[in-house]
Design a binder for this molecule. Sequence first.
Ligand code: NAD
Length: 432
Amino acid sequence: MTHPAVRGSIRPEKDTFLGAENPFESMMARFDEAAHHLDLEPGLRKVLRHPEKQLIVAIPIQRDNGDVEVFTGYRVLYNTARGPAKGGIRFDLQVTLDEVKALAAWMTWKCAVVNLPFGGSKGGVVCDPSSMSIGELERLTRRYTSCIIDMLGPDSDVPAPDVNTNERMMAWIMDTYSMHKRHTVTAVVTGKPIAMGGSLGRREATGRGCMIVTREALKQLKLPIEGTRVVVQGFGNVGSISAQLMQQQGMKILAVSDKDGGIYNKNGLDILDVMRHVKEQKVLRTYKGGDHISNTELLALDTDVLVPAALENVITDDNAGKIRARIICEGANGPTSADADAILQDAGILVIPDILANAGGVTVSYFEWVQDRGGFFWDEETVNSRLEKIMVSSYQECSAMAARKNLSMRIAAYMVAIDRVAAVHRLRGMYA
Ligand code: NAD
């Protein structure tokens, strides 16, 4: 029987769990395929299959009622050959070390695919932020920051927001780090409020990037932008902004969803109105402008574009055969399992892979880091036009690689990325 002091602690056994759809294995399956097509040297393959550093921390905090709770936190630096590690922090009950490792690896490939001078990292805390007060979240964020502080720094590892973390938490991270360093260090974290060194355009950057690559894919397939039907899963930062900007381009958003389900309107939803509703009511399901559908039904809708922008592994070999979209733009990280890739490819669906599709966020995070270090801030037009240039050229590089090697965009994007990371390893050589 569980000891009363342990009962209620947050999933201490999680790291021993290896599921069939383990996100790290899913990432590795793609890595191995790309490495094979690149004919990567066996030694480099071994180096790139291992995270450089993995830290597991116990984070004690005092709850508002006076009880002490201990949360488990992780920070993984996957690869820093190309520069400081870059990667968000996620607060969620589903966080596992394998998920954080996979996300850190994805950050490495993502930064390389858009050619940023960064490596990749990720962090997470196993917690349910919806059950915590703002004071508890602040104590958790600050204590977690101090637990991982030896890894952090503008030249070593730079966090950002991810699922269930936001600019307010980034401000606490910046403040905690700065208090330890005895001077203000804005560039230690990105996704900060504008007033304290954040970048204009950062909040919208991931969704903007999704819109830009979807537009490029439509052009490549010679499909019109006006009237293109879009379905979006997840209505948080990425999903809602993608939907809003795609609608602005003339696309028709048929359905959107959050964790409780979705709303569907075959004539198209008014996304600004849905956003207003969610801001006021906090939930999507009470919106009256469409029919209610489940997340399972949403994925199988007849549409031109599907944007999974919620969590990993929502498209698997169980449901991939039911997808009717022509293009999938992966707003989320790892929404498609490795088993589902072949099914989608056989069905002729163009998948714009996560490491490319959602790289807009880290690109503007890079702009934020550059602006903080230079102490000189750009207007929004400059941010957006520089983002546009990077997303378009990265899309074209991946699409050219896919055409040249007759491979999926996903494997092509991995090849572009791994080739860049491997090239730096070869130049740097092996320190011994
Ligand atoms: P968020 O917390 O703002 O929003 C997540 C949304 O997904 C919410 O609407 C939530 O209700 C919904 N959701 C959660 N579980 C769901 C489920 N089972 N089915 C359907 N919907 C569900 O998070 P976000 O910042 O928008 O991130 C979404 C995804 O995009 C994550 O995979 C994240 O890693 C990735 N991503 C985010 C950024 C960024 O800049 N925010 C950058 C790159 C990648």
